[in-house]
Design a protein. Structure first.
Length: 142
């Protein structure tokens, strides 16, 4: 079977089912890709990270990002890439939106640890909200 393009609905289903993907950034003419856990809420990808570090520094220079997810199942593969602009925030409202998106998917914690709204207030973190502007995907057989 030759690879085929996925529909928008199929792309959304893959983003909704998966939990890990790769964030692509580019600044100063150099690409940078890093694996991250995430949650997809229609039209948005939510990530969280430390408040400082290479990816935060790069995103502050260029908010245009991409996010890639793939699924491998025996002899089949599918891959989705979403493009958009990241919004970085550490305020309580952004933490609340991220928390609600994670709990709506029964992803209560990170690394098996549950967290509460009270915990979020104390956590120093950057919330990434990627507004999906463009998305495409393909699937095929090895």
């Amino acid at each position: 079977m030759r690879p085929r393009d996925l529909t928008f609905q199929e792309c959304e289903a893959i983003l909704s089912e998966s939990r890990y993907g790769r964030l692509g950034l580019c600044a100063d003419g150099k690409p940078y890709v890093v694996p991250m856990s995430y949650v997809y809420s229609p039209g948005k990808i939510f990530l969280h990270s430390r408040s400082s570090g290479k990816k935060v520094d790069l995103a502050k220079k260029n908010l245009e990002v991409c996010f890639q997810v793939d699924l491998l199942d025996k002899d089949r593969w599918s891959s989705v890439i979403a493009y958009g602009k990241a919004r970085l925030s550490s305020d309580q409202e952004a933490k609340r939106r991220m928390f609600e998106s994670f709990t709506a998917r029964d992803l209560e914690g990170h690394g098996g640890k549950a967290f509460s709204r009270g915990d979020l207030k104390k956590m120093e973190m950057t919330i990434w909200e990627i507004e999906v502007e463009e998305m495409s995907g393909r699937e095929g057989i090895w």
